[in-house]
Design a protein around this ligand. Structure first.
Ligand code: URA
Length: 192
Protein backbone atom coordinates (compact mmCIF):
# COMPACT_ATOMS: atom_id res chain seq x y z
CA UNK A 1 0.00 0.00 0.00
CA UNK A 2 1.27 3.42 -0.93
CA UNK A 3 1.80 5.90 1.88
CA UNK A 4 -1.04 8.28 0.92
CA UNK A 5 0.32 11.17 2.95
CA UNK A 6 3.78 10.95 1.40
CA UNK A 7 2.25 10.57 -2.07
CA UNK A 8 0.10 13.67 -1.55
CA UNK A 9 3.07 15.66 -0.24
CA UNK A 10 5.10 14.60 -3.28
CA UNK A 11 2.26 15.66 -5.61
CA UNK A 12 2.03 19.03 -3.89
CA UNK A 13 5.78 19.63 -4.23
CA UNK A 14 5.80 18.45 -7.84
CA UNK A 15 2.90 20.67 -8.87
CA UNK A 16 4.82 23.66 -7.49
CA UNK A 17 7.96 22.84 -9.51
CA UNK A 18 9.70 25.54 -11.55
CA UNK A 19 13.00 23.73 -12.12
CA UNK A 20 12.92 23.93 -15.91
CA UNK A 21 11.53 26.25 -18.56
CA UNK A 22 8.58 23.95 -19.37
CA UNK A 23 7.04 25.41 -16.21
CA UNK A 24 6.67 28.78 -17.94
CA UNK A 25 4.45 27.47 -20.75
CA UNK A 26 2.41 24.81 -18.92
CA UNK A 27 -1.19 25.25 -17.79
CA UNK A 28 -1.00 22.38 -15.30
CA UNK A 29 1.62 20.02 -13.95
CA UNK A 30 0.54 16.50 -14.84
CA UNK A 31 1.50 14.36 -11.85
CA UNK A 32 -0.30 11.21 -13.02
CA UNK A 33 -3.54 9.30 -12.81
CA UNK A 34 -4.77 5.85 -11.85
CA UNK A 35 -4.30 3.69 -8.80
CA UNK A 36 -1.14 4.36 -6.74
CA UNK A 37 -1.76 1.02 -4.98
CA UNK A 38 -1.50 -0.94 -8.23
CA UNK A 39 1.30 -3.45 -8.94
CA UNK A 40 1.93 -1.85 -12.34
CA UNK A 41 3.27 1.57 -13.30
CA UNK A 42 2.99 2.91 -16.86
CA UNK A 43 5.43 5.57 -18.04
CA UNK A 44 4.77 7.78 -21.07
CA UNK A 45 6.76 10.63 -22.59
CA UNK A 46 5.10 13.86 -21.53
CA UNK A 47 1.71 15.58 -21.37
CA UNK A 48 0.00 16.72 -24.56
CA UNK A 49 -2.57 19.50 -24.93
CA UNK A 50 -5.50 17.70 -23.27
CA UNK A 51 -3.31 16.50 -20.40
CA UNK A 52 -1.95 20.02 -19.90
CA UNK A 53 -5.48 21.43 -19.80
CA UNK A 54 -6.92 18.79 -17.48
CA UNK A 55 -3.84 18.13 -15.33
CA UNK A 56 -4.22 14.37 -15.85
CA UNK A 57 -1.99 11.88 -17.69
CA UNK A 58 -3.11 10.19 -20.90
CA UNK A 59 -6.59 11.69 -21.23
CA UNK A 60 -6.32 12.84 -24.87
CA UNK A 61 -6.46 10.72 -28.03
CA UNK A 62 -3.36 8.71 -27.12
CA UNK A 63 -4.84 8.10 -23.69
CA UNK A 64 -8.07 6.78 -25.16
CA UNK A 65 -6.00 4.42 -27.31
CA UNK A 66 -4.08 3.28 -24.23
CA UNK A 67 -7.38 2.69 -22.37
CA UNK A 68 -8.79 0.70 -25.31
CA UNK A 69 -5.64 -1.42 -25.72
CA UNK A 70 -5.51 -2.22 -22.01
CA UNK A 71 -9.22 -3.03 -21.84
CA UNK A 72 -8.80 -5.45 -24.78
CA UNK A 73 -6.87 -7.69 -22.36
CA UNK A 74 -9.13 -6.97 -19.39
CA UNK A 75 -7.05 -4.23 -17.79
CA UNK A 76 -8.48 -0.96 -16.50
CA UNK A 77 -6.01 1.95 -16.64
CA UNK A 78 -7.61 3.63 -13.64
CA UNK A 79 -7.59 0.50 -11.48
CA UNK A 80 -4.79 -1.80 -12.56
CA UNK A 81 -1.97 0.73 -12.88
CA UNK A 82 -0.68 4.14 -12.03
CA UNK A 83 0.25 6.24 -15.09
CA UNK A 84 2.72 9.06 -15.31
CA UNK A 85 5.29 10.54 -17.67
CA UNK A 86 9.02 11.17 -17.99
CA UNK A 87 8.31 14.93 -17.90
CA UNK A 88 5.40 16.35 -15.97
CA UNK A 89 4.84 19.52 -18.02
CA UNK A 90 3.85 19.77 -21.67
CA UNK A 91 6.70 20.49 -24.06
CA UNK A 92 5.61 23.30 -26.46
CA UNK A 93 3.99 21.93 -29.66
CA UNK A 94 4.39 18.42 -28.23
CA UNK A 95 8.07 18.31 -29.13
CA UNK A 96 10.26 15.65 -27.54
CA UNK A 97 11.51 16.70 -24.10
CA UNK A 98 15.11 17.92 -24.09
CA UNK A 99 17.73 15.92 -22.21
CA UNK A 100 18.07 18.78 -19.71
CA UNK A 101 14.29 18.74 -19.06
CA UNK A 102 14.36 14.96 -18.59
CA UNK A 103 17.24 15.25 -16.12
CA UNK A 104 15.47 17.96 -14.13
CA UNK A 105 12.16 16.10 -14.06
CA UNK A 106 13.02 12.44 -13.65
CA UNK A 107 13.65 12.65 -9.88
CA UNK A 108 9.86 13.23 -9.48
CA UNK A 109 9.19 9.98 -11.33
CA UNK A 110 11.79 8.13 -9.26
CA UNK A 111 10.10 9.36 -6.08
CA UNK A 112 6.67 8.29 -7.37
CA UNK A 113 8.01 4.82 -8.15
CA UNK A 114 9.66 4.56 -4.72
CA UNK A 115 6.27 5.15 -3.09
CA UNK A 116 4.11 3.07 -5.47
CA UNK A 117 6.61 0.15 -5.40
CA UNK A 118 5.34 -1.48 -8.62
CA UNK A 119 6.36 -5.03 -9.60
CA UNK A 120 5.89 -4.21 -13.29
CA UNK A 121 6.81 -1.04 -15.18
CA UNK A 122 5.47 -0.58 -18.70
CA UNK A 123 7.47 1.88 -20.79
CA UNK A 124 5.31 3.41 -23.50
CA UNK A 125 7.51 4.42 -26.42
CA UNK A 126 11.18 5.10 -27.05
CA UNK A 127 11.50 8.28 -24.97
CA UNK A 128 10.32 6.46 -21.83
CA UNK A 129 12.48 3.41 -22.60
CA UNK A 130 15.61 5.45 -23.36
CA UNK A 131 15.22 7.98 -20.60
CA UNK A 132 14.31 5.51 -17.90
CA UNK A 133 16.40 2.45 -18.75
CA UNK A 134 19.11 4.06 -20.86
CA UNK A 135 18.32 1.49 -23.55
CA UNK A 136 19.02 2.87 -27.03
CA UNK A 137 17.74 -0.07 -29.12
CA UNK A 138 14.85 0.84 -31.43
CA UNK A 139 11.47 0.31 -29.79
CA UNK A 140 10.51 -2.05 -32.63
CA UNK A 141 13.35 -4.38 -31.50
CA UNK A 142 13.00 -4.12 -27.77
CA UNK A 143 9.21 -4.04 -27.29
CA UNK A 144 7.57 -7.08 -25.81
CA UNK A 145 10.72 -8.21 -23.99
CA UNK A 146 10.93 -8.37 -20.22
CA UNK A 147 13.93 -6.57 -18.75
CA UNK A 148 14.52 -7.31 -15.09
CA UNK A 149 16.30 -4.81 -12.86
CA UNK A 150 16.27 -4.39 -9.08
CA UNK A 151 13.38 -6.85 -8.70
CA UNK A 152 11.17 -4.92 -11.11
CA UNK A 153 10.07 -6.29 -14.48
CA UNK A 154 10.14 -3.69 -17.25
CA UNK A 155 8.30 -4.09 -20.55
CA UNK A 156 8.73 -1.55 -23.38
CA UNK A 157 5.71 -1.26 -25.69
CA UNK A 158 4.87 0.97 -28.66
CA UNK A 159 3.62 4.42 -27.68
CA UNK A 160 -0.18 4.70 -28.19
CA UNK A 161 0.34 7.71 -30.51
CA UNK A 162 2.27 5.37 -32.81
CA UNK A 163 -0.72 3.01 -32.78
CA UNK A 164 -2.98 5.92 -33.76
CA UNK A 165 -0.77 6.47 -36.80
CA UNK A 166 -0.71 2.73 -37.59
CA UNK A 167 -4.31 1.61 -37.12
CA UNK A 168 -4.13 -1.78 -38.89
CA UNK A 169 -4.97 -4.73 -36.63
CA UNK A 170 -3.42 -7.20 -39.07
CA UNK A 171 -1.16 -9.90 -37.65
CA UNK A 172 2.41 -8.63 -37.28
CA UNK A 173 1.44 -4.93 -37.35
CA UNK A 174 2.13 -2.61 -34.37
CA UNK A 175 -1.40 -2.91 -32.93
CA UNK A 176 -1.38 -6.69 -33.11
CA UNK A 177 2.13 -6.77 -31.59
CA UNK A 178 1.00 -4.49 -28.76
CA UNK A 179 -1.91 -6.82 -28.09
CA UNK A 180 0.59 -9.70 -27.70
CA UNK A 181 2.70 -7.57 -25.35
CA UNK A 182 -0.30 -6.63 -23.24
CA UNK A 183 -1.37 -10.25 -22.99
CA UNK A 184 2.09 -11.07 -21.59
CA UNK A 185 1.76 -8.21 -19.12
CA UNK A 186 -1.71 -9.34 -18.03
CA UNK A 187 -0.42 -12.90 -17.53
CA UNK A 188 2.51 -11.68 -15.42
CA UNK A 189 0.21 -9.44 -13.39
CA UNK A 190 -2.17 -12.33 -12.74
CA UNK A 191 0.71 -14.42 -11.39
CA UNK A 192 1.72 -11.80 -8.80
N1 URA B 1 1.47 11.12 -24.45
C1 URA B 1 2.24 10.80 -23.39
O1 URA B 1 3.34 10.28 -23.54
N2 URA B 1 1.77 11.08 -22.19
C2 URA B 1 0.58 11.61 -21.97
O2 URA B 1 0.21 11.83 -20.82
C3 URA B 1 -0.20 11.91 -23.10
C4 URA B 1 0.25 11.66 -24.32
Amino acid sequence: MVNQTKFKVLEKKCTACFKCSLSSTRKNVVFGRGNPNAEMFVIGEGPGQQEDEQGLAFVGRAGKMLDTAFSAVGLDTNKDCYISNIVKCRPPNNRKPLQSEVSECIPWLNEQIKLVKPKIIVLAGSTATESFLGVKEPISKIRGRWIEKDNIKYMPIFHPSYLLRNPSKEKGKPKWLTWQDLKKIKKELSSI
